[in-house]
Ligand binder design. Structure first.
Ligand code: PMP
Ligand code: GLN
Length: 386
């Protein structure tokens, strides 16, 4: 057996979702909407299924979707990308992240990762034989520790993996932070893998800025989007990468060896989605912002320390203000178990997003991509429990 995989636990999202089912808990853990995405997108995919679009599509994606990704890049960010040479469709952002890492990392290369981090990053970097260099953001502000970040870059640095808007913190990286990062990336002549799956889920006027749009970054960045998040269709697993034409062939080869292609009917639906009017994208963030407000207000009323969320599906909370007075001194894993078993509400322990055990152990992440009645019912259960 592969030692690295044996040492990798089952993902926290699966563990907590199973526990939620077992205890009949409302699942505010794993980040998936409990409502469906746009009907025209689903209809387009359904029609494509019946139309006979059911055989292997082209390796880098159906042309229609590659053009839609390219148009979307231009419309929202002014990024020009050749749909025939600089766009690759993958089976979800998860595959895209792995394909991009595979495309640039050799064994012994260093890859800078920012903690807290999404749970697939570290095992994949390690499986490639590359060396993770971890830099930690600190709550409650999750500001970029500039000196530490600069120190993490060195002669062996080949890449940095950046997630903005960020899971689980809800942080949106500022223009100044991105400029600092871009300078380091250029000076160390390395690449950036940009996990931007929450690009359209920003709130309170916060705007997502792709690192790729900064001076000198066009050729160095691999920008990743996900239909799961942009169209509230997480089960579809359609992702897309935009990168320079010099990088794309290697990314495509990685994709070739991972999944080779992605279902053509779903790709058709996503192409229709990416071409939707601006109002769709504005409506998506407005609707999530109101769900965030509903959950954040309710959690604060219960006594949680609610950290600000500028983007994503998630709110991070400090549970000590409510649990310490009750004599609970357990960590986040114990808290999330207790909450599931007793209050019948599920959240995710934030230590799951850290590489080592010395992580802050008093934060729980709640997902607000849920119906309003579900959010209200979860709050009601917690109120009754406390
Ligand atoms: N990156 C981040 C930060 C995520 O939160 C997720 C989870 N949804 C993914 C990547 C994976 O996206 P996909 O479902 O498209 O593989
Ligand atoms: N991205 C989702 C989350 O953070 C879960 C994805 C998964 O289950 N792997 O909750």
């Amino acid at each position: 057996q592969n030692d690295l995989l044996s040492a990798t636990g089952t993902t926290i999202f699966t563990v907590m979702s199973a526990l939620a089912v077992q205890h009949g808990a409302i699942n505010l853990g794993q980040g998936f909407p409990d409502y469906d995405g746009p009907e025209d997108v689903i209809e387009a995919a359904a029609a494509a299924l019946k139309d006979g679009r059911n055989q292997y599509p082209p390796l880098t994606g159906v042309p229609e979707l590659r053009v839609a990704v390219s148009d979307h890049n231009r419309r929202f960010y002014g990024i020009e990308a050749d749909p025939n040479a600089e766009v690759i469709v993958t089976s979800g952002a998860t595959e895209a992240i792995t394909a991009c890492l595979m495309a640039v990392l050799n064994p012994g290369d260093e890859c800078v990762l920012i903690e807290p981090l999404y749970d697939t990053y570290l095992p994949v970097v390690r499986m490639l034989g590359a060396i993770p260099r971890l830099v930690r953001l600190s709550p409650p502000k999750w500001e970029l520790p500039r000196a530490e970040l600069a120190a993490a870059f060195g002669p062996k640095t080949k890449a940095i993996l950046l997630n903005s808007p960020m899971n689980p913190t809800g942080k949106v990286f500022t223009a100044a932070e991105l400029a600092f990062l871009a300078d380091l990336i250029a000076r160390h002549d390395c690449y950036a893998i940009c996990d931007e799956v929450y690009e359209h889920l920003t709130f309170d006027g916060w705007k997502h800025i792709p690192l790729m749009t900064l001076p000198g970054m066009r050729e160095r960045c691999m920008r990743i989007g996900s239909a799961g998040k942009t169209f509230s269709l997480t089960g579809w697993k359609v992702g897309y990468i935009t990168c320079d034409r010099t990088l794309a062939p290697n990314v495509a080869k990685a994709h070739q060896n991972l999944t080779f292609t992605t279902p053509p009917n779903l790709q058709r639906g996503v192409a229709i989605g990416l071409a939707k009017e601006d109002a769709y994208f504005a409506g998506l963030s407005a609707s999530l912002q109101s769900r965030r407000d509903r959950l954040a207000t309710g959690l604060a009323e219960l006594g949680f320390g609610v950290l600000p969320t500028q983007g994503s599906y998630f709110i991070t909370t400090d549970f000590r203000p409510i649990m310490s007075p009750l004599g609970f001194n357990g960590d986040d894993v114990a808290f999330c178990r207790l909450l599931t078993e007793e209050a019948k509400v599920t959240a995710i322990p934030v230590t799951a997003f850290y590489a080592s055990a010395e992580a802050p152990g008093h934060y729980a992440r709640f997902a607000f991509c849920k119906g309003e009645a579900v959010i209200d019912a979860a709050l009601e259960r917690m109120r009754n429990w406390l």
